[in-house]
Design a protein around this ligand. Structure first.
Ligand SMILES: Cc1cc2nc3c(=O)[nH]c(=O)nc-3n(C[C@H](O)[C@H](O)[C@H](O)COP(=O)(O)OP(=O)(O)OC[C@H]3O[C@@H](n4cnc5c(N)ncnc54)[C@H](O)[C@@H]3O)c2cc1C
Ligand SMILES: Cc1cc2nc3c(=O)[nH]c(=O)nc-3n(C[C@H](O)[C@H](O)[C@H](O)COP(=O)(O)O)c2cc1C
Length: 495
């Protein structure tokens, strides 16, 4: 410990003390010795106070330092790549740059340099991994797979995400990234969001990755790496689905293509995503240094209708930014764009959220705007005559938030939905969410899964998706749930 340096006050006091101490050894009257003792006691108490003040100062500095350190940890992240021909490395550098521009502290490393100790000391890692050969790890990942992935390590402190680069022409698509994802989960590491697969450099999947980089860094306004090839659509309908709700307003949005309605560009399947190109609100005056408005980043929305409906529908929750203004994408769709106006939209294929083609039972689980993706699936199941379907849906109050109520009740009456469990969290004293209904229905869940059921989950990542995953793994066992995921029988579209 470093001692406090003596101020001139302390020096005078020290001299006084020495004088006092010396006075005890001098032949002086008792009264004088008593006064000297008083001076000595007051000096010692002065010294103690100074020392205490100094220690408090040190403690305060320490507190400030650890608060900064905590902040730095929350804002710091490691990016690890394994690359054979350089693409994963290139995306890793772009990812690092993106997060740095958003104010985060970023470390970047090849998987070759990662040891057990690195994993033990790091709290957040984004893995960007390609696959080579026939489902093999890139050459420079060989040491890691041999020395680290063969071990059992406690990684319960680690939060991670995986961007998987591959090519669907190969039989074992993104196999190395899958092996890593599986291994990390078995070491108790927590995934920040589901693995994103990039087929042959697909820019849409890379924009999806960027969506999560925005959430991680808290900066969702960063420009897209590549602008989607939007088409012109016309906004035709906007309907408020939850008047009087305690939650944010949620709208059914409908649009139709501006032209070439027969083109393949306008065909989609249940599970697919609409990438929207938002525009500025009418009163906005943001310009960059060239005097132009920078292009706003895309936003993704689950498509909630089928082409057979003759329109593309979305279910959009209006969001607010920290400064109180409306969210870039949800504000554009729910407030600023006018009916009849042209909007930029691109359909993104989302193979990871497809239901099995065969007529197996299907359990659909979602909350809030997550009903969008499930609605398209229920419509598709009805159109194929696949009628073994069970819906779990959660919102706040039945009186205000039962989105698409008439449609859901009609599906129940005409046998498209065999079972429906609704959880309105605020309709009773105790909060009740979909995971609670799933838990109560565990016997039937087991029965349905034994009969070959698939499970689709759509909606919020925070809260719902994690708790549903935990509840399902308690009921079915983590191994069963993982095997279901590998077979395409457990799929999630959560955000
Ligand atoms: C695959 C996918 C499907 C989606 N489907 C739908 C859908 O069907 N309906 C729907 O309403 N939304 C959906 N979203 C979310 C949507 O893309 C936007 O993130 C959302 O509308 C907010 O964007 P914004 O531009 O309005 O708000 P922003 O301007 O980005 O931000 C507004 C505020 O909200 C915060 N925020 C943004 N996104 C989230 C989030 N996901 N969780 C918590 N806070 C957030 C921001 O940090 C900011 O404080 C989906 C997202 C993904 C990735
Ligand atoms: C020789 C070779 C073998 C490949 N094998 C696979 C494979 O088994 N599975 C897969 O999903 N992708 C495979 N790919 C595709 C790559 O993973 C993909 O092109 C990736 O973007 C390359 O990233 P990289 O440049 O970082 O290595 C292969 C590519 C090459 C050239």
């Amino acid at each position: 410990m470093r001692l406090p340096s003596l101020s001139w006050m302390n020096r005078i006091s020290l001299a006084l003390t020495l004088l006092c101490v010396a006075s005890f050894f001098l032949p002086l009257p008792a009264q004088k010795k008593f006064s000297a003792a008083l001076v000595l006691v007051s000096y010692l108490s002065f010294c103690l106070q100074t020392l205490r003040r100094h220690n408090e100062e040190l403690a305060t500095q320490h507190q400030g330092f650890s608060a900064e350190l905590n902040q730095a940890n929350a804002q710091s992240i490691m990016i690890v790549y394994a690359s054979q021909t350089g693409f994963a490395e290139q995306i890793a550098v772009k990812t690092a740059q993106h997060l740095q521009d958003a104010g985060m502290s970023v470390a970047i490393s090849s998987l070759a340099a990662i040891k057990v100790e690195t994993l033990s000391k790091t709290s957040r890692i984004l893995f960007i991994l390609s696959t080579t050969g026939e489902g093999d790890a890139p050459d420079n990942a060989a040491a890691f797979t041999r020395l680290v992935m063969n071990q059992k390590i406690d990684l319960s402190h680690l939060h991670f995400a995986v961007l998987a680069l591959g090519d669907r022409h190969y039989q074992q698509f993104c196999a190395f990234a899958h092996r890593m994802d599986h291994w990390l989960k078995h070491q108790q590491a927590h995934s920040l969001f589901d693995m994103i697969e990039v087929d042959n450099g697909d820019e849409g999947a890379l924009r999806h990755w960027q969506h999560y980089l925005g959430l991680i860094s808290g900066h969702t306004e960063m420009a897209d790496w590549s602008k989607p090839g939007y088409q012109d659509w016309i906004l035709t309908e906007r309907e408020l689905l939850n008047p009087g709700s305690l939650g944010g307003p949620a709208y059914r949005i409908a649009c139709i293509p501006a032209q070439n309605a027969g083109s393949n560009d306008y065909v989609w399947q249940a599970g697919d995503i609409a990438e929207i190109g938002p525009d500025y609100p009418p009163e906005a005056n943001a310009v960059n240094n060239t005097g132009e408005r920078p292009a706003l980043p895309h936003r993704e929305y689950s498509i909630s209708s089928l082409p057979a409906d003759g329109k593309l529908e979305l279910l959009v929750r209006q969001m607010h930014r920290p400064d109180g203004s409306l969210g870039i994408g949800s504000g554009w769709l729910t407030a600023y764009a006018e009916i009849g106006q042209s909007i930029k939209l691109r359909i993104r294929e989302n193979r990871n959220f497809r239901a099995p083609a065969q007529d197996c039972p299907l359990i659909l689980i979602g909350n809030g705007s997550g009903l969008a993706g499930l609605r398209a699936h229920i419509k598709a199941r009805a159109s194929h005559g696949h009628l073994h379907n069970w819906l779990f849906f959660g919102e706040r109050n039945e009186a205000h938030d039962f989105f698409h109520r008439e449609e859901i009740l009609a599906w129940q009456t005409n046998g498209v939905l065999n079972k429906v469990n609704l959880c309105f969290s605020r309709d009773q004293a105790e909060r009740r969410y979909v995971q609670h209904a799933i838990q109560e229905q565990q016997a039937d869940i087991l029965k349905w899964v034994e009969q070959g059921a698939a499970i689709l989950v759509c909606g919020s990542l925070q809260g719902m998706a994690e708790d549903v995953h935990q509840t399902l793994s308690n009921i079915l066992g983590l191994d069963t749930l993982e095997s279901m995921a590998e077979l395409g029988l457990y799929r999630r579209d959560v955000y």
